[in-house]
Design a protein around this ligand. Structure first.
Ligand SMILES: Cc1cc2nc3c(=O)[nH]c(=O)nc-3n(C[C@H](O)[C@H](O)[C@H](O)COP(=O)(O)O)c2cc1C
Length: 411
């Protein structure tokens, strides 16, 4: 048998603190801290606790070259090698270790940059009620944040090393300025209204549809969209949670940019609702409503959107060109940012409310839509729908462009 290290690995020296009564009674603070090592392997759901001798062993092994198991076991002990193989930190060449090896090979073959893969893995959430946690910590408004964190860095930045200022001309404002000014993240959707299919279609078309194509080579084409895309690869797919769209059955869909069509996807209601039990706020929700709620990290004002668009890059398309590239994952994130802004402006132009959020439960979304996290995974969710007549949840609209001027009222 031969062994090598997993493809991507980050070793984290972490300080763990715990409370011990004995230490308090002996006159101390009661807080005891110790240093521990954790091995972060992107394809594993959780970090693996390792000790300093494991770290030494891992430092000896190449992620590429296989070494014979016997001398490794002789140097580091049979139990240690077996434990790290079982954990998935080491990869074994024999049949017994096929599952871990295949998982590792999948990641290798996709050309993920190691640190990006770790970052992607560790920033994913599963069944997190982020809104509930933030509210419980009193961090859901500016006063709470100010109290907990003090004053933030200044709103406007002045460079102390700067020279003279050149005043810039104020150009006449036109309809484009009005459109830009009318966009505000919507946290007040009208539950009593349906989103007309035509409006949804136009937003999807403007943000995601094929606007042209170019032949890259004999056997591949390059998609043209209204937003730019790193490497012209446009890896990002739009998946839809349609809750209240007039003329469209409630359900989940995949948007097909070439045909400008929505393809229905199967929704495993039982699987979607499996995690609902641990959230009191989710009691009584339908599978689709729960999916919307958990998708946006338990933010009820976002879950209320009539249609939610999951933006999920097919990483493998970008990494086909940018192999093990330190900028590739960043490019995927930036692509999603561009697409979301186009979507928000398109919705605004229709008089609809819209938002984008990255506070999403990737694992729940991916399970529902049959995504994989590695080949294709969710990075953001946007919502659109008719705005409510009254602002119940706070929105940032200091110039009252969206609310009072449009005849809507602020509660
Ligand atoms: C990447 C990104 C993630 C965001 N996530 C959230 C979120 O989780 N919850 C929320 O209420 N707003 C979220 N927002 C909206 C911001 O709070 C909002 O953009 C900001 O308050 C400025 O308001 P405006 O969008 O109305 O100009 C997000 C915005 C961006 C760009």
């Amino acid at each position: 048998m031969r062994i090598r290290r997993c493809a991507a690995l980050w070793l984290e020296p972490r300080e763990e603190t715990r409370f011990e009564l004995d230490v308090l009674l002996a006159g101390g603070t009661g807080v005891v801290s110790s240093m521990q090592w954790f091995a972060h392997v992107p394809q594993l759901d959780t970090p693996v606790e390792v000790d300093v001798d494991d770290v030494t062993l891992l430092g000896e092994l190449s992620p590429l070259d296989w070494v014979a198991a016997t001398p490794l076991r002789a140097r580091h002990g049979v139990a240690r090698v077996r434990r790290l193989l079982q954990a998935g930190v080491l990869v074994g060449s024999t049949k017994a270790w096929t599952a871990g090896r295949e998982l590792d090979t999948r990641l290798r073959d996709m050309h993920w940059h190691g640190l990006s893969a770790v970052c992607h893995a560790r920033s994913r959430w599963e069944s997190v009620d982020a809104a509930g946690e933030v509210e419980e910590a009193g961090l859901h408004n500016a006063e709470g944040l100010r109290q907990a964190y003090g004053v933030p860095p200044p709103m406007l930045h002045t460079r102390p090393d700067g020279g003279a200022c050149t005043a810039l001309p104020k150009m006449p404002r036109n309809a484009f300025d009005q459109l830009l000014d009318a966009r505000a993240s919507c946290r007040n959707f009208d539950a009593g209204k349906m989103l007309p299919l035509g409006q949804l279609a136009q937003v999807l078309e403007r943000a995601f549809a094929e606007r042209g194509r170019v032949r890259g080579a004999d056997d591949f084409d390059v998609l043209k969209r209204t937003s730019p895309s790193g490497g012209a690869l446009h890896p990002t797919e739009c998946y839809l949670i349609a809750r209240k769209v007039e003329g469209l059955a409630s359900g989940i869909y995949h948007y097909r940019p070439g045909e400008h069509a929505l393809q229905a996807l199967p929704l495993d209601e039982e699987q979607v609702l499996a995690g609902a039990g641990k959230h009191a706020a989710a009691e009584g929700m339908s599978a689709l409503d729960y999916l919307a709620w958990i998708a946006v990290g338990g933010q009820p004002y976002f879950a209320d959107a009539h249609a939610l668009c999951v933006l999920a890059p097919r990483f493998e398309r970008n990494f086909w060109k940018y192999r093990n590239h330190s900028k590739a994952y960043r490019v995927c994130i930036l692509d999603v940012g561009h697409l979301s802004q186009t979507l928000l402006l398109s919705a605004t132009e229709q008089g609809l409310g819209s938002y984008v959020t990255a506070a999403i439960n990737e694992a729940d979304i991916e399970r529902a839509f049959g995504l994989t996290a590695w080949l294709d995974g969710a990075l953001a969710v946007c919502g659109i729908g008719p705005r409510a007549g009254q602002m119940e949840t706070y929105e940032l609209d200091p110039n009252q462009t969206v609310w009072s001027r449009s005849g809507k009222t602020v509660a």
